[in-house]
Structure formats: structure tokens, C-alpha cells
Design a protein around this ligand. Structure first.
Ligand SMILES: [Zn+2]
Length: 315
């Protein structure tokens, strides 16, 4: 826990370290730089990981060197959401998302702390560089049936918070596609609704396409057995796809099992371009345009048109 300065610690969560033999691993080598800048739509830079953890400045510098120009930093509870908003406020390469993760929300409801947590998120959501509510949603893989109604109530509260502030919604959906879609349709989805780490098949992709929702693809789309994900990618309208790392998790092929970082985006991007039989530079430009459509610009520069991304420096 090395403080970067007296206000914002470098890490407030640990995935592992040299003392944990499982995570005593080095960061993978950087990919070849991209010609056109892209953005990592979902990362948790507050995690220390691996045998030599990088802080957010190292993540962002290494990312910029390969053309990954910015990161949406995502909270999972009040503490990490506060950290995310604080980082975005000081760092032009970062925008923030705030939420109580669906695996945390039922416990807060049981302990009577959920309403206070949502009040804290409401205050954070007013900050100008907080651009999304997330990650929220449903996780039936980790939540037993008797807690799922609480989880659904928490999801609804997050949807309402996003709509109240006019923010994007970043959804965590694990083994719960039908109920996530049903909840969105019943409550009314925010204008910009993103399925983070999209894990559906062709059928869910068609549902997203129909409703104008976004699918954000992580390193899982590069995995050898992920045929269904690649089928889903192919049927998504190109204007509704995004790219992310979910750092420190889900490191793409060929570096599965190693710590992840936003600088790993080009591996996933090149794999997606191959699946789509699309030029890497054109796909990068499309993904950046989509990122700006959902979250706005990372700096204060005016958006001058879709081709503006082609003039972004990548270094
Ligand atoms: Zn995440």
C-alpha cells in the first residue's frame, strides 16, 4: 500500500502478490502499438496484482505507449467508487463508474447499510467525470436463489440512479441473461446501456442489437473455446460494440493467467478484427467513436466528428 500522494493510495485492493504463489507472476510483454487510439471501457486499477504491482500511473503510461489512451475506472462498493471518482477528477485519461457490485449488494441490504451506500453513490454520480453507474446487475453464479430478489432490487436502484443523473449503465451479467433483460425492459433502460464483459450468445446479441444496447467485449472473446462469444460479436451492429480488459482479471490470449492491464487491449482488438474480418485501424476508430458516444470525451476537447479519432495521437 504505497501512497502516491497524501490523498489517493496507489492500491486499495489486492488480488495477489509474491507472497501468494498463485499470483507471483510478472506482467506480460506489451503488444505492438496501435495506429489509432482506443479506450479501455472497464478496468479496476485499484487492485495490486502480480509480483510487481503497477500503480495507476504505470498502467496509464504503458497503455498510452501502445495506443490505449484512456480507461473507464469502475467501482464495486462505496470505497472503490470514491477512489474511482477521485482518480478521474485528477487524471485526464480516466473517467469513472460508481456502483455496489451485485455480489456485495445483498449483504448490504441484509445489514441495513444499502440505502446509505446508495446515498453515497448519488453524491459521487453528480461529479462531472463520473460518467456511468456500474458495475451493477445480476450474478446468479455467486448468489443463491434466496438472495436474488435483493440483488434484483439493488439492480433496479442502480438503473434509477443512472437515469436520474443521465449516466450510462454498466451491467455485470453472470448466468442471468433473461432476468437482466426482463428487468431492463420492465424498469426502462438508460439511454446508454452496456453489457460489460459480454458473456451471451448470438441470441442475447440480437436482443442487445434490437434495443440499442452495447456489448463490451473483454479478453474472454480471445479464448479458444469462446465460439459463442465470437458468433455474438459478428451479429452485433458495429456501432454497438465496445472493448475492455476488466483489469486485473480476464487477461487475453496468449497471456491468460498473467496480471491484466489496459495496455493489453490491442491483443483483444486484433483478435476481434480477425473475427470480424475487419481492418484493425478501422475497428479501433469505430470502437473509439462508440466509446465517445456512450461516455463522452475524456478530455475537454470538442467532438468534431467521427473522423476526429483518426487524428488522436497514440503516444
Ligand atoms: Zn469489473
Amino acid at each position: 500500500m504505497v501512497p502516491v500522494d497524501n490523498q489517493l493510495p496507489a492500491h486499495i485492493r489486492t488480488r495477489g502478490s509474491a507472497t501468494d504463489s498463485d499470483r507471483a507472476v510478472a506482467y506480460p510483454p506489451a503488444p505492438l502499438p496501435l495506429d489509432v487510439g482506443v479506450y479501455d471501457n472497464h478496468a479496476h486499477l485499484e487492485f495490486a496484482d502480480g509480483d510487481n504491482p503497477m500503480d495507476f500511473t504505470e498502467h496509464l503510461d504503458r497503455s498510452g505507449a501502445v495506443g490505449v489512451l484512456g480507461v473507464v475506472q469502475v467501482g464495486t462498493d462505496v470505497e472503490t467508487s470514491t477512489w474511482s471518482a477521485a482518480l478521474a477528477a485528477r487524471e485526464p485519461r480516466v473517467l469513472a463508474a460508481v456502483a455496489i457490485h451485485p455480489n456485495e449488494a445483498p449483504q448490504l441490504m441484509a445489514s441495513g447499510e444499502f440505502d446509505d451506500a446508495m446515498a453515497a453513490l448519488d453524491a459521487l454520480a453528480s461529479q462531472p467525470r463520473v460518467v456511468a453507474v456500474g458495475e451493477t446487475g445480476l450474478d446468479y453464479f455467486r448468489t443463491p436463489p434466496e438472495r436474488q430478489q435483493d440483488q434484483r432490487d439493488a439492480f433496479v436502484a442502480h438503473i434509477e440512479l443512472a437515469k436520474k443523473h443521465g449516466l450510462a449503465l454498466q451491467i455485470h451479467d453472470r448466468d442471468a441473461h433473461d432476468d437482466v433483460v426482463a428487468t431492463l425492459l420492465e424498469v426502462g433502460a438508460p439511454d446508454k446501456t452496456v453489457f460489460h464483459c459480454f458473456s451471451g450468445d448470438r441470441q442475447l446479441a440480437e436482443t442487445l442489437a434490437e434495443h440499442g444496447w452495447y456489448a463490451s467485449f473483454s479478453g474472454t472473446v480471445t479464448f479458444g473455446n469462446a465460439h459463442g462469444l465470437r458468433e455474438a460479436l459478428v451479429v452485433m451492429p458495429r456501432s454497438q460494440i465496445l472493448i475492455e480488459t476488466d483489469t486485473p482479471f480476464l487477461t487475453p490470449t496468449p497471456h491468460r493467467g498473467k496480471p491484466n492491464s489496459p495496455y493489453m487491449v490491442p491483443y483483444t482488438l486484433r483478435s476481434m478484427a480477425e473475427t470480424l474480418d475487419m481492418d484493425v485501424t478501422l475497428l479501433a476508430a469505430q470502437l473509439t467513436d462508440n466509446t465517445f458516444q456512450v461516455y463522452g470525451r475524456f478530455d475537454d476537447a470538442p467532438v468534431t466528428g467521427p473522423d476526429s479519432v483518426l487524428r488522436e495521437p497514440h503516444q
